[in-house]
Design a protein around this ligand. Sequence first.
Ligand code: BV8
Length: 255
Amino acid sequence: MSLLNPSAAGLLRDARRIVVFTGAGISAESGVPTFRDDLTGLWAQFDAQRLATPEAFHADPDLVWGWYEWRRARVLHTEPNPGHLAAAAIEARVPGTVVITQNVDDLHERAGSRAPVHLHGSLFAPRCVAEAAHPAPVPELAAGVGEGRRIPPPRCADCGWLVRPGVVWFGEALPEAALTAAVDAAVACDLLLTVGTSGVVYPAAEIPRLAARSGATVIQVNPEPTPLDRVCEVNLRGPAAEILPALVAAAWKEI
Ligand code: BV8
């Protein structure tokens, strides 16, 4: 049942078990393109969804590794924005808050979030193609990576196979521990903030829906409507870097 004129700040202030669920939109104002932003330069001719697959990597490892290194370079040259900082502020204020992200950047960590749950892996966790148990060192960025170029991936020091990005590609299973932690947090929470996601990639997109089914209140922060509108109690239309800090200030300034 919708609360009449719910006060999002009041909902946040009164919540005891909070999940902050984020997608590429929370990193947009740090200058990191969202997953659906048109790709530029060398990647302009490709569709992200087709590049983010094992098939694409096996067909052209240098192209796909070059794309991920280009993305990693962009993340290294940017900073967390007030949206990431607000998520960390909620964590600091409400013990037990869980940040769950679909993003592969490290901006939540750099904003102070203790242990974000990475449903789709990380740009900073390369690993052996053959053996997930063979983590690989994060390499130095190759010369010219910023312009977007093909870069041959390194080789695994343990077995000599190619090293791949430590992300979850389309058609790959999510890391079991991360998915279990996300599901447990969604079922247990009383408030879930879904921030900057199109809510169309599964099974991650199921998390806000699961929280709603489990009785939590869901608040969405996104400039655009998404399929998650229908499970949200409150839709805050606008950019995360503006809305989230204002929400946190309103929630706890009122005390
Ligand atoms: C799997 C890592 C099975 C890589 C990514 C039903 C159930 C299960 C699976 C499926 C299913 N139906 C279809 C599938 C298959 C597929 C899928 O969901 N396809 C979609 C396209 C329909 N799912 C999979 O393949 C998953 N695996 O199911 O495996 C399996 C099981 C067992 C054994 C073997 C196999 C794996 C999916 C993971 C793919 N990897 N990322 C990389 O980053 O390169 S997904 C990638 O896209 C992101 O991580 C994210 O999760 C997803 C969507 O991106 P968003 O974060 O939402 O970003 P997006 O650009 O879409 O939207 C940005 C939003 O921000 C917008 O709404 C915009 O309005 C908003 N915004 C913009 N600016 C701002 C803002 N918001 C706030 N402030 C702003 N300033």
